[in-house]
Design a protein around this ligand. Structure first.
Ligand SMILES: Cc1cc2nc3c(=O)[nH]c(=O)nc-3n(C[C@H](O)[C@H](O)[C@H](O)COP(=O)(O)O)c2cc1C
Length: 388
């Protein structure tokens, strides 16, 4: 079986990766409470880079203190971690991989630890999220934070009701994405990825279901896309013309609703937004979707968004990465050949086998052993049920 395409270089902006396989952003829940690097994280990223993957996208890193999406997430909210983040970039480079930092503002999708002070402030939660309650850590350094949302609409997963951000607050947030991109570049990352998928704040702004605003950030699609667009523009202004800025975008919001009948982003709307983001300065689009929704085909086997990725590759002048559901090298090769996409993003397969790409490169073409059992999503440190 030939997998020549898979092992070609992949270029995005001024970055050239050694192959077309991307470790999709995967939060490990191993950072300190204020988002700093830990030895465990450094080891994990070293292992990944050593394992042959071309590009690593970090787990999400929050751009402001109040935007922390979950306990143990990385944080690039200020300059305090930059020295250690440089060692994260270095460990990837020393092992031949490119590394991109994913930037996020969590909003009402955030999973707050039970002692997170945001419960008592603007994020008027109805009940603590059951999923993260196992941390006994010191309080956040800035206790009076508020969780901002597009509108004060309860999140069905976390039951958080965010405080509707003012237009000024959203504009400030876009600048925070710009500042974060500048920091990532300064400490040696090869690029940044703006997280506008999976129901976090930027993704919510795009959705009629969560965005009920009447101002310039609400209403028509162009307005709902304004925040994502401003984040890309701010990042572009901060990092210069060739530096890779990826945007992770839902192909559509809900797995069983590509037409957006439930008020979420539809596939056609998403394609329009992607084009605007490229106009605004995005170097590549990373296609994803609400893969963790109940209806998602978690058994995997088939890529979730390949068709939409092929559509974007035909419509847009930038590299398209398609993330989710990839398991076999033959399947990846076929889609790289056929769909015009630049690369593929794999998340859970690298939790299961950090050296998956090296294994394939050595000629062992068996597909990923990942069974999508969900174990990694429920535990700190992304342990794999097959590696116990
Ligand atoms: C434990 C875990 C953590 C994740 N964290 C992130 C994240 O920080 N940012 C993000 O965009 N996606 C995150 N994802 C989603 C992955 O990037 C990817 O979209 C998803 O796992 C589907 O790809 P797969 O079928 O190859 O696993 C996470 C997934 C898992 C399993």
């Amino acid at each position: 079986m030939s997998v020549a395409k898979l092992f070609e270089n992949m270029a995005i902006g001024n970055m050239t990766a050694r192959n077309r396989i991307v470790r999709a952003a995967t939060t490990e829940s191993l950072a300190t409470r204020d988002g700093d690097l830990t030895p465990e994280l450094l080891g994990l990223y070293g292992e990944l880079a050593w394992g042959g993957v071309g590009t690593i996208i970090t787990g999400y890193a929050f751009v402001t203190e109040d935007g922390k999406p979950s306990e143990g997430a990385l944080g690039i909210q200020d300059d305090s971690h930059l020295l250690r983040f440089r060692s994260l970039a270095d460990v990837a480079h020393e092992n031949g991989a490119c590394i991109i930092m994913q930037l996020v503002y969590g909003g009402s999708k955030s999973k707050l630890a039970t002692d997170d002070p945001r419960w008592d402030n603007g994020g008027r939660a109805k009940c603590p999220s059951a999923s993260v309650g196992h941390f006994a850590l010191p309080p956040l350094s800035q206790p009076n934070t508020t969780i901002l949302g597009a509108s004060s609409v309860e999140n069905p997963r976390t039951h958080l009701v965010p405080t509707e951000a003012t237009a000024d607050e959203l504009a400030v947030l876009a600048d925070a994405f710009g500042d974060a991109a500048e920091r990532a570049k300064a400490c040696g990352f090869d690029g940044v990825e703006i997280h506008a998928a999976h129901g976090y704040l930027l993704s919510q702004c795009l959705s009629r279901r969560f965005n009920k605003r009447q101002d310039v950030y609400g209403g028509p699609l162009q307005n709902r896309a304004r925040l994502a667009r401003e984040c890309v523009e701010a990042a572009r202004a901060a990092v210069g013309s060739d530096y890779p800025i990826l945007v992770k975008l839902n192909a559509w919001d809900e797995f069983d609703d590509p037409a957006g009948k439930n008020g979420g982003l539809s596939a056609d709307e998403s394609a329009e937004v992607a084009a605007w983001l490229v106009d605004a300065g995005a170097s590549a689009i990373d296609v994803s979707g609400d893969w963790h929704a109940a209806a998602a085909p978690l058994e995997a086997g088939e890529p979730f968004f390949a068709e939409f990725g092929a559509r974007l590759a035909a419509e847009l002048p930038v590299p398209i990465i398609v993330t989710g559901g990839w398991r076999s090298p033959a399947q990846i090769e076929a889609h790289l050949e056929r769909d015009g996409i630049a690369g593929v993003g794999l998340g859970r397969p690298f939790i299961c086998e950090p050296d998956l790409v090296a294994r394939w490169q050595a000629g062992d073409m068996r597909e990923s052993a990942c069974t999508a059992c969900g174990f990694c999503q429920k535990h700190v440190g992304i342990p794999c049920s097959l590696r116990q």
